[in-house]
Design a protein around this ligand. Sequence first.
Ligand code: GTR
Length: 428
Amino acid sequence: MRRGWRRFCALAGVAALLVAVAWCVQFTARASPGSIPGAPTSPLAAFEGDLPVASSSEWTLRRAPLLRRAFVERVYGAAPPITSASVAHLTIDASALERTAQLQLLTLQLGAREPRIPFQIALLTPKTGARFPLLILSVFCGLDSDVDPRLPRPSWRPARCRTGPGRTLTQLSHGDAILHPPLREMIARGYAVAVFYAGDIAPDDPVLFGEAPIRQLPESQESGAIAAWASLYLSAFEALRLDPRTAPSRIALWGHSRYGKAALLAAALDPRVGAVIANQSGTFGATLSSATRGESATQIMRRFPHWFPRRSTAPDHRQDADEFDQHLLLALLAPRPVLLGNAGLDRWSDPAASFAAARSASDAYALFGRDGLAQDDMRLPQLAADIAFYVRPGGHGVRSSDWDRALDFLDIHFAAEPGPASAAAGGG
Ligand code: GTR
């Protein structure tokens, strides 16, 4: 008995040591993101029979619609904003976050006809002021667990979100802000925040997604999950830009990893979105499929088949040479502000291949008399540039430091916009 106990203690000790070492590496290591691959074909070059682009109007009227159609048809499926027949507002707390914000639950009814799909959004607005710049973001586990326990429980959560230990481990491995965005900080800086959880409508599960409520809508029947999540970003955008409390030209989308892919797609498809922040969005996000040393197109499609429509014909550049790549998705964001967050140990999302995509996308910004990316070094972000890029130490996940950068970036870009937004908390 005593020997068994000793063996158990020894094994537990070794396991704890391994976890501690892994944690130290994840949170302290400064890995080099590697060398920057060569530039892909410029977004302005002739593209499949379309002549080279020489002006912003040619871009806006001719090339951009062509590229949008290509991303929808070849890669993601349709991701339209879905209008809501009505929006119900329920005040959960008029004095939330230590009396700095109002918390409301908004219920949209998505779709043109019955049966409509209820879509819930937690909206936090600073208590004083009006016409706030707005951040729209998605969370991984649910509004009740990630925003406020008084918000409704979702019908489904990913396995890692179902237990306390699962959530704690996720935070240990993926950073302090992976489950809880720093809402108080956003409010203090004068932003309104709209948070949604996709799991009720478009669950991130290969089996459940096939039967997901969003797939009942004619708009999304053929789409993969990335497009469905992009639709949710845009549906929230559509409803909130009409809210008298928000400044419609200062609405930003924020997403991490799989939701970073969705946020980029949403902003690329809808030029009314004011800015986008994609954290470690990787393959089929900001990273060039043709140059990535991380996750390949085939790997992601095998592992997450439900993220893509069944008929997706996205090329795997490791097998086929194809000029159609993710720099074109970034180019579709021109001339709007974009922040691309990266982590040195996150080789799977390949920051260097994302930097190359951002560099190349800058050609589209030049058409509008803008610089696009204005930095030569991946690690030295120029937050005032239209495209800003950083690589922080450590691995894949969301930390408070990622959010500090994101808010600094938005402060710069949204402050430059004229508008009456002024929260008592100051900023924006
Ligand atoms: C990974 C996937 C990435 C990224 C990530 C995430 O497993 O391979 O493309 O989306 O998940 O969303 O955390």
